[in-house]
Design a binder for this molecule. Structure first.
Ligand code: SF4
Length: 329
């Protein structure tokens, strides 16, 4: 993978704003009613044309957050503003039209494509649903396949006739069909071989530059996040604990959790290898059904103090983009 990444978004306009978003689920736990706090009071802004990534271990709430932002599920509290418009207030036809503006790419291409439909039908479906004239559909299908570097003969095949990487290209083509400006990519390459991952990530980068797309990129894979992101938010047990530019997060992580995550990233250069490394993460992420008091990371944090159990850590700001929530910063 090339590591070159432009940052068109440093001074760009805000395209999506998340304000105080929380998502709770009512569940049964050991036969009793319980509340699962999947996402807690999350706020950030995403600028037009940038890739904003959310990283964290499995179960940290990042996929739930992505689904709330795309309005696939309803948040319990908070707002999501797309170009200044509160998408939670949309209903009926305006809500249906939102699908043109925000699309979602899932991890598993199998689950998001009907195996009994040919690619022609899979790609035509959203166009027909949104009233694209029949006379224009054929040219649009050719254009979509060209954008994702697949041959025109793909139209007459079924999903199982493609490799995993090609199937994910089809999923991307379908997400692009209605010309959205904003795409939520939820672990879009984690089901693919590493060599194929690089091709699909490079395709997403090329498409962003060609079409001016904005991505919310959700991943647990720090190498992929490092390659594709302009800015990164680190989530732990439903809360954002640190945000910053890619370089701030990877080269100057402030939060003990981010530092522990970075300790697991492979280092290749002699300079990198000579640098002192924080301790790697140990132990399991606690259950969101019973999160620790105060700082949720305290049960795994090598620097935890008494105060960490008493109250939520305050947010400390280091630069225009860089902030972290920890009592010791
Ligand atoms: Fe660790 Fe305390 Fe900071 Fe939480 S607030 S990250 S427990 S030092």
């Amino acid at each position: 993978m090339s590591n070159e990444i432009l940052n068109p978004a440093e001074t760009g306009t805000v395209q999506l704003k998340v304000e105080g978003l929380s998502k709770r689920f009512n569940v049964k736990h050991h036969g009793r009613k319980a509340t699962l706090n999947a996402v807690n009071d999350v706020s950030f802004q995403i600028r037009k044309g940038e890739t904003f990534s959310i990283v964290g271990e499995s179960g940290c709430g990042k996929s739930t957050l992505g689904r709330c932002i795309a309005r696939l599920i309803e948040p319990t509290e908070g707002r999501v503003l797309l170009e200044g418009e509160d998408i939670g207030a949309l209903a009926g036809e305006p809500l249906r039209q939102l699908r043109k503006r925000i699309q979602f790419i899932f991890q598993d291409p199998y689950s998001s494509m009907n195996p009994r439909m040919k690619v022609r039908s899979i790609l035509s479906e959203p166009l027909r649903n949104f009233g694209v004239p029949e006379a224009d559909i054929s040219a649009r299908l050719d254009e979509l396949l060209r954008l994702v570097s697949l041959n025109p003969d793909a139209l007459e095949k079924f999903p199982h006739q493609f490799s995993g990487g090609q199937r994910q290209r089809l999923v991307i083509a379908r997400a692009l069909a209605l010309q959205p400006g904003f795409i939520v990519c939820d672990e879009p390459v984690s089901a693919l071989d590493v060599s194929v991952q690089a091709q699909v990530i490079n395709l997403l980068v090329d498409l962003q530059r060609a079409l001016g797309l904005t991505y919310l990129f959700i991943s647990h894979d720090l190498s992929v996040v490092r390659h594709i992101s302009h800015r990164v938010a680190v989530m732990y047990l439903g809360r954002v604990v640190e945000t910053g530019t890619r370089d701030e997060i990877f080269n100057q992580p402030k939060h003990p959790y981010t530092q522990a995550l970075m300790a697991a990233v492979p280092r290749f250069s002699a300079t990198e290898q000579a640098q002192e490394r924080p301790q790697r993460l140990t132990g399991e992420i606690p259950s969101p059904l019973n999160p620790p008091s105060g700082c949720a990371f305290r049960t795994r944090c090598p620097r935890a103090q008494a105060v960490c159990a008493e109250s939520l850590p305050p947010v400390k700001i280091f630069s225009a983009d860089h902030s972290a929530a920890c009592h010791l910063l």
